[in-house]
Design a protein around this ligand. Structure first.
Ligand code: MG
Length: 399
């Protein structure tokens, strides 16, 4: 490891159900359509100041964690934490030790809004200081209240700050402080308190009091609404495109539909794999972008597309949406064929199309119908598909 190797330690082992929603720990509750912890991982995985990330999860949370964890080498396999936050952090530090980081940023999973700027500020300050935490001045008036509900005193607030995370430390310094605290049976509410107890000077950088820790059910609901509102504003340019394709039957024993090979007494004739469903979807997405059609991007006269797997056409169109900062909101596909029957394959098609597009299966609709024996489809000469794509782009996005 290099001398300036920086690790992040995400503490996501909390089991407190104070935040509501029954059995789901708050780090796995959804805000803005994704788990709280997924937002946290996004911030650290994408950050240039972080080389390695260790997440500490609760026992029994491995399956849920795997369903949201991004696939990147920077993210180490999760470890299971202890019964207190401090035990969980200590376990995470010991797991990081073989990777020999020089610095570690310890972050609470219940703080999903850590900005790249805050992470950078903490990491940068660790060049000069052994321990760095973000804090914000207390703005409320503070009262000391006794057990009978009587105000005992008003606490001067001019030097009081609230502690936030990520809290950054020289790695060996905080590991040794945790070792000492564990050996002496001391329990603290944050890592800076352990550092202070161990005699390590702790420096502050300006925090962001708006980037709240999600503790109550009401805070999670508020965060969800705020993110939903931000997304609606950011991706408010909603566009709809349609696509149509048809391919004729020919010799063969299967047809490709929606990226799935379906056994049939005939095949479909085409320059590529003749997947009418993916071709219609590709044109629908390109239509929503107003970026031409599949023939313009993948000319049938070009020999490189002979027999090509059509998922690459759809993936290319979806990539164009992403390149413009947008997302696929919904795909709706109607397949028209006398045979084969689509119904038994509907779920497989939905899953395959969702995977190609990197979206949830609940955003892919597939209907199938016959043509009641009418016309070329009714005579069993081919298969047609209609598709509608709804995409969301940022306002002002241009090519
Ligand atoms: Mg076609």
């Amino acid at each position: 490891m290099t001398a300036d190797h920086s690790a992040a330690l995400i503490v996501a082992a909390g089991r407190r159900t104070r935040a509501g929603s029954g059995e789901t720990p708050k780090q796995f509750q959804s805000i803005g359509g994704r788990a709280v912890l997924a937002h946290v991982l996004d911030a650290f995985v994408a950050h240039p100041a972080i080389d390695t990330i260790q997440v500490v999860i609760g026992s029994g949370d491995a399956v849920q964690y795997d369903s949201i964890a991004p696939h990147t080498e920077r993210l180490l396999p999760p470890i299971v934490g202890g019964s207190t936050r401090q035990e969980s952090v200590f376990a995470g530090l010991k797991a990081l030790a073989p990777h020999a980081p020089s610095r570690v940023l310890i972050h609470d999973a219940a703080r999903p809004f850590a900005s790249a700027g805050l992470i950078a500020a903490v990491a940068d300050a660790l060049v000069d200081y052994e321990a760095v935490i973000p804090t914000s001045p207390v703005s409320a008036t503070l009262k000391a209240v006794d057990g009978d509900g009587r105000v005992v005193a008003t606490i001067p607030r001019d030097r009081l700050h609230t502690a936030e995370t990520p809290q950054g430390f020289r790695f060996e310094t905080i590991l040794n402080a945790h070792r000492k605290a564990a050996a002496e049976g001391r329990d603290f509410t944050d890592d800076a308190a352990i550092a202070e107890w161990a005699g390590i000077p702790v420096r502050t950088v300006p925090g962001d009091p708006a980037k709240v820790k999600l503790t109550t059910a009401a805070e999670i609901i508020a965060a969800d609404r705020r993110l939903a509102g931000e997304t609606a504003l950011r991706l408010g340019d909603v566009r709809v495109g349609n696509g149509y394709d048809v391919h004729a039957f020919g010799p063969g024993n299967q047809v490709m539909l929606g990226g799935v090979a379906i056994p049939h007494s005939r095949g479909l004739v085409g320059h590529s794999d003749a997947d009418v469903a993916l071709h219609a979807l590709t044109d629908a997405v390109l239509g929503a972008l107003a970026e031409g059609d599949i023939g313009a991007h993948f000319p049938p006269t070009d020999p490189q597309w002979r027999g090509a797997s059509s998922d690459r056409f759809l993936a290319d169109a979806v990539g164009r949406v992403a390149a413009r900062g947008g997302v696929i909101a919904h795909l709706d596909l109607t397949i028209i064929a006398e045979a084969p029957k689509i119904g038994p394959h509907r779920d497989a098609l939905r899953q395959r199309i969702a995977a190609i597009c990197g979206i949830g299966v609940d955003r892919v609709a597939i209907k199938a119908t016959t043509n009641e024996g009418l016309g070329f489809i009714g005579r069993g000469e081919g298969i047609a598909a209609y598709a509608t794509a709804t995409i969301r782009l940022p306002f002002g996005a241009s090519q």
